[in-house]
Design a protein around this ligand. Structure first.
Ligand code: ZN
Ligand code: ZN
Length: 115
């Protein structure tokens, strides 16, 4: 048996870019991959999923529960940030707003905090 191990798995980064499409478990929207950033929440209802553990994009979490958008934050350099909270374990994760996110929902989210 010959072993074909690649070194690519050994690279450690603080941020792992995962860019793949997914079907939302909350509303059923089929989300295509986005250019320039990673798709980590639904563009229609903004729900996310608890898949990352310590590093964004590591997909190491065993929780796998839905995360609801609870707040909108404004970051000077990055633009708007959605704060998601996990329905099961309560962990909060910050995610950048994607270009094709439903703006009406973002406005609703902003209204909670009066940005
Ligand atoms: Zn959705
Ligand atoms: Zn969780």
């Amino acid at each position: 048996m010959s072993e074909t191990t690649t070194n690519s798995m050994n690279k450690r980064k603080n941020f792992i870019l995962v860019n793949q499409g997914f079907v939302c478990e909350n509303c059923g929207e089929a989300n295509p991959p986005v250019k320039g950033t990673c798709r980590n929440h639904c563009r229609k209802c903004l729900y996310s999923k608890h898949v990352d553990d310590k590093i964004p994009g590591d997909r190491k979490s065993t929780c796998k529960s839905l995360m609801i958008p609870i707040e909108l934050d404004k970051n000077g350099k990055k633009g708007y940030i959605i704060i998601h909270r996990c329905l099961k374990c309560g962990k909060t994760i910050k995610n950048k707003v994607a270009e094709d996110d439903d703006f009406n929902i973002i406005i609703k989210l902003a209204a909670y905090k009066h940005i």
